[in-house]
Design a protein around this ligand. Sequence first.
Ligand code: G3P
Length: 221
Amino acid sequence: MKFFIDTADIEQIKEILPTGLVDGVTTNPSLIAKQGKDMRGIIESICEIVKGPVSAEVTATDYENMKKEGLYLSSIAKNIAVKVPLTEDGLKTCRELSNKGIMVNVTLCFSAGQAILAAKSGATFISPFVGRLDDINESGIGLIKEIYEIYKNYNFQTSILVASVRSMEHIIESAKIGAQIATLPPKLIKELFIHPLTDKGLKAFLEDWKKTGQKIIPDNG
Ligand code: G3P
């Protein structure tokens, strides 16, 4: 499973980069707005340090302007994935951009029917928002399962990019289904490392080792 980081905060990305776990980045207008900085500058700085796909979202809602914005965003760096919403104009834009060899991430997906349309429109990535479906008492993971099954049936080449991830359960259940990518808030990446029994076991190892009075590398090493 690939992990993308779901943030526009360059410092958070820099902090996680050394783990080697950053396969890409997703941003959206809300994440950009949180930074209070120029959008282009943010995207350029992310693309300078992250080699995998970096999603940058259009904000126009009509096809002609979505296409113009998508071409502009794509020109910022070679690893840009243009994000378009799952609307009729968004999918027309997706078709146009993907025909030009531009990566497209179709976002705000909430149904299997929408996901079929995105795949048929040539989407590189489909972003089903699992957390927001859970918020309205629908099953976000259930949607991932449906999409995975349908895409497999027709050998669609669109990658499932699980978004709106709120918990370890979302990550693990998506991985058990076989979703190719999960885009994670930075705090969730950190949580993946943590288990109380790991901390407890390491503490016991080190206490026992200390009793030996030895060092791994002897002083004369
Ligand atoms: O990638 C989409 C994500 O940023 C939305 O997450 O928690 O606002 O639904 P959330």
